[in-house]
Structures are given as C-alpha cells and as structure tokens.
Ligand binder design. Structure first.
Ligand SMILES: *[C@@H]1O[C@H](CO)[C@@H](O)[C@H](O)[C@H]1NC(C)=O
Ligand SMILES: *[C@@H]1O[C@H](CO)[C@@H](O)[C@H](O)[C@H]1NC(C)=O
Length: 308
C-alpha cells in the first residue's frame, strides 16, 4: 500500500511540474511601454482636435494621422461632479458607474478613449500571450485648455463599483486555455485578472485593457503562423511523451505493488498451512497428546513403557 501511495504522489509531483508555467507571476513588465506612452501623448492631441463645438457629456470621434490608420479615438468632456454622481452608462465599450473621482481634482475633465485595433500587438505586446481583443484605452485629462498638448493624465479611481469593459468580439479561447483580463497601467506594468461572463473586464483605474491568453496553447490566429505551429507541435509532442512516461511509471508501480501483494498473500497462506500442518501431526502417544513435529526428532515415549 505504501508503495502505491508513493508512486501516486510521484505522479502528482510530475504533473505539478508540467503545469508549472501556468503558475507564473501575475505582474509582468510590458517591454513596449515607452513607445506606448509616446502614443498616448499623440492620441491625446488628436482626440482633443475632435472638439470643434464641444458639448459636455457627448462623445466626439477623432481622426488619427495616416501613419496610424486602424486606431480609433474619441473624447468626452465631463464635469467632475457629474462624473462622480451620475457616471457614464455607456462610453463605447466602457460602463462607468457612479463614484469615479480623479486626482488631482479638476472642475472639468476629458475622457480619451482609444481602440488600438490592429496596432494592439505593436504597442502592447505581452511576451507569452496573445490578444483575443483589440487593446482599449481610457485616460483622463484636464479639460481646462482644449488646445493643450503633452498633458499629464489624471488618476481616476472607481471608489464604488468598478468600471466595466464589455468587449464586443472576443476571439474564441483555444481548448484548455484560460482567457485573462490584462490591465496595462501607465507605469508599464501588466496585471492579469479573471474575465467576467466571457467578455467583460472590470477596472478601478485608468489604463489600457484587453483579453489575453497564453500563447503556448494552440491559437486560432497565430501571429507568425509557422513558428507558432511548430511551437504548439513541439508542445504536443513533449506533453504526450511526458504523459506517456507518467502513465508507464504508474503502471510499473502498480504491477510491482500487485506482485508484492500477491507474494505476501502466498506467504501468509503458507504460514497458515504450516500452522494447520503442525496441528494435524499431533500424535497420540499412550493416552497423552504430543507434537510429532519433524522426522529427525526422537519420538516421545512414555516412561512407563520402560518399566520392567
Ligand atoms: C505619425 O505621424 C504624426 C504626424 O505626422 C507624427 O507626429 C508621429 O510621430 C508619427 N507616429 C509614428 C508612430 O510614426
Ligand atoms: C492596420 O490596418 C491599416 C488598414 O486598415 C493599415 O494601413 C495599417 O498599416 C495596419 N497596421 C498594422 C500595424 O498592421
């Protein structure tokens, strides 16, 4: 029994090691965060240009320079108090609840929306992961000067319910993989959290967001088809070899254990038979019972028989 337990625990240990990559740290530094910050500066400028006749609480779609075609931007001007008390039920994919406040405090602010589309991988590549959605950004700036450029972001924080992002078309998650919400903060750190109802992420601060999945799982749209395919093929081969080995080891230990069990059973039976045998070989000497164990031993004789 001990042997079986030991082999089982070895198997579990083996599986643990195979699963280890999935237990990677949840905070990763995105390598492209520097150029992503320069993009934020550029997009703030172009988003503010959308305010020709600015109306509070209405989204205005902006145009990006032609070298960034594929990126969509919008800007919405709000009174800070109104944002806090009423929220914004729907701003593109963002659902902003009541209780969102900004620091430093401003009277009016602008929420700049970014949808990076096919540029998501360029500015927000995450080693070991692929995006299942475009990267969406929500950044807040002061609205005191709508011609300003190089503005610093305000820190917005959801003090009540979190802000929710409902992604419209999430690519299907590869079999066996688990999709995660990725939050890229303005300092270049990435935080991963669970996806809600398959397509929704929640956030309490500004930044960029997408749904990601680990790229070592087979992917529906590999970034570089040949390399990815080879990777997943190698993964499958290594996986099945390891799995096969683990199975073999388990079988081996099972057989070993069964044999040991059988041997022990046999020994017990032999011992029992030996006991029974001894009992049977009791012979009656005179009117007394005496064991007549082995051949070489002298037969017990009653003294009285020698008596003349
Ligand atoms: C794209 O063009 C704009 C305006 O011409 C320029 O300021 C910016 O640096 C360019 N950006 C990239 C990433 O090439
Ligand atoms: C994204 O698509 C547009 C056309 O819609 C193209 O001009 C642009 O080069 C693409 N960007 C990237 C990074 O592939």
């Amino acid at each position: 029994m001990g042997l079986l337990l030991r082999s089982l625990s070895m198997l579990i240990l083996l599986m643990w090691f195979i699963r280890l990559p999935a237990l990677r740290a949840q905070s990763i530094t995105a390598p492209s965060s520097r150029s992503a910050r320069a993009l934020d500066v550029l997009l703030q400028d172009y988003a503010y240009r959308a305010f020709v006749h600015p109306k509070t609480g209405k989204p205005f779609d902006g145009n990006v320079p032609s070298n960034l075609t594929g990126i969509k931007i919008s800007a919405m001007r709000l009174r800070s108090g109104s944002l806090y008390r009423k929220g914004v039920p729907m701003y593109k994919e963002f659902e902003i609840p009541t209780g969102v406040s900004e620091t430093p405090y401003v009277l009016r602010l602008v929420l700049v929306y970014q949808n990076l589309g096919n540029w998501s991988m360029v500015y927000y590549s995450l080693p070991g992961y692929i995006h299942l959605t475009p990267v969406l950004g929500l950044l807040a700036y002061s609205a005191s000067d709508l011609l300003a450029t190089n503005l610093r972001e305000l820190n917005i924080t959801a003090t009540g319910d979190p802000i929710k992002i409902k992604f419209p078309d999430v690519q299907s998650v590869p079999d066996g993989a688990v999709a995660k919400c990725a939050w890229f903060n303005l300092q270049g750190l990435v935080n991963l959290s669970d996806v809600l109802s398959g397509d929704t992420c929640s956030m309490i601060q500004q930044g960029h967001f997408s749904i990601v999945v680990e790229s070592n799982a087979p992917s529906p749209t590999p970034i570089s088809p040949t390399k990815k395919k080879n990777n997943s093929k190698v993964g499958i081969i290594v996986g099945s070899v390891l799995g096969g080995l683990a199975l073999l080891a388990l079988l081996f230990f099972l057989v070993l254990w069964a044999q040991k069990y059988k041997n022990r059973k046999k020994m017990q039976q032999m011992e029992r038979e030996a006991d029974v045998g001894e009992a049977l070989h009791m012979t009656t000497v005179g009117n007394t019972k005496a064991p007549a164990a082995t051949v070489t031993r002298t037969q017990p004789v009653l003294e009285s028989e020698y008596a003349p």
